[in-house]
Ligand binder design. Structure first.
Ligand code: FES
Length: 115
């Protein structure tokens, strides 16, 4: 099992469906899982443009679309693919152990603390 100081348990892998997004809380942040092409990703769940919950948006191919003003974010890298957002989404590490999804407590890309 991943180090509980560095990872949180989120949900059973079997419940994560292709093309769906699943919000969860990590401390006082809102993150989400997203499954694309069989791979589970973890990203910050709030749009970096204004306030919108991205899990209410859509996934098309490898892009997450914000439901409010249609910014696009790459599900793998968190990079902006479509304006008006300009700041990438933090991306977290995903580990799967014994059928359970664990997510790192710190971003592995686009950490706001590094800006
Ligand atoms: S809040 Fe997401 S694009 Fe504006």
């Amino acid at each position: 099992m991943p180090d509980p100081n560095e990872y949180v348990e989120v949900m059973p892998e079997s419940m994560v469906e292709e093309g769906e997004m699943y919000p969860f809380d990590l401390d006082d942040e809102q993150l989400m899982l997203a499954k694309v092409d069989g791979k589970i990703h973890a990203l910050h769940g709030i749009c970096t443009h204004e306030y919108a919950e991205l899990w209410d948006g859509d996934i098309e191919d490898d892009v997450i679309w914000c439901p409010l003003h249609s910014s696009g974010f790459n599900v793998e890298t968190g990079e902006v693919t479509n304006f008006p957002a300009v700041v990438p989404l933090p991306v977290y590490d995903v580990q799967i152990e014994d059928g359970t999804v664990f997510v790192s407590k710190k971003p592995i890309r686009n950490d706001p603390d590094d800006r």
